[in-house]
Design a binder for this molecule. Sequence first.
Ligand SMILES: [Zn+2]
Length: 293
Amino acid sequence: MIRKIITLMCSLTLLTGVVGCTKQDKEEESGKIKIMVSINPLKEFAQAVGKELVEVDTLVPEGMEPHDFEPKSKDLVQLNKSDIFVYNGLGMEEWLDKVLSTIQDKDRIKIVDSSKGASTITTEGKIDPHLWLSLKQAKNQAANIKDALIKIDEKNKEQYEGNFNEFASRLDTLYYENEQRFNKLKNRDFVTGHEAFGYLCRDFNLTQKSVEDVFAEGEVTPQKFKDLVQFSKENKIETIFMEEFASPKVSETLAKEVGAKVEKIYTIESKEDGRDYVESMKYNLDVVYNSLK
Ligand SMILES: [Zn+2]
């Protein structure tokens, strides 16, 4: 018995020793490239391209609606410790200039505008920032991250390119699978929480109506609600899409009013239900397609 206890104590000490050691190593130097991204989809792209060579953190915490985010000083400390900072661009990060001005070592930290080279959409005079909701534009964003990684870590170029190609082909496959079936649709209008799906609409020739605008701003006025009811009835909308962070109650009320069902949709601005980027996009395309067919 005593021997058993001693053995147990030894393995426990060993275990704590090992755990303590790994933790310390990680805190000091993991040898990985530290990437800070602004929002959740970019985290997924950076992880897909960098895999085990990178460590990715997100400025906007999980479960927060990024249009309302304000960075805190601890976020800026963290940002200054990273090797690469990736932002979405196109006005998604309203706080961008403020954050960029706090970067001390501008020669060391590589700053990446993931929207570089994007083919953008302008709605109501504003550029729509929700690029990642297009599989094609997401590929471009991931490519910008890949290029930045190769610039600062040339020796692993092949690995980054291989990872990128693998991710890109998953996006392409999902796109082509959907292109065919969406082409055959007659109904092309859907109603959602905020105007985030402009790029997805462009890819598949659809139109969106939404409770809130492209920057998830604006009160839902009685007039706006009336317009949505009318639009939904005229277009025989059977499903109202609900976003967790954009007036979900209004979407539910609207659905009741027009006799439609409510279905969840992901803007992917924050990670939801443990689904990764490709899973969330596949889900979105499935529910939108099913609501229109
Ligand atoms: Zn948004």
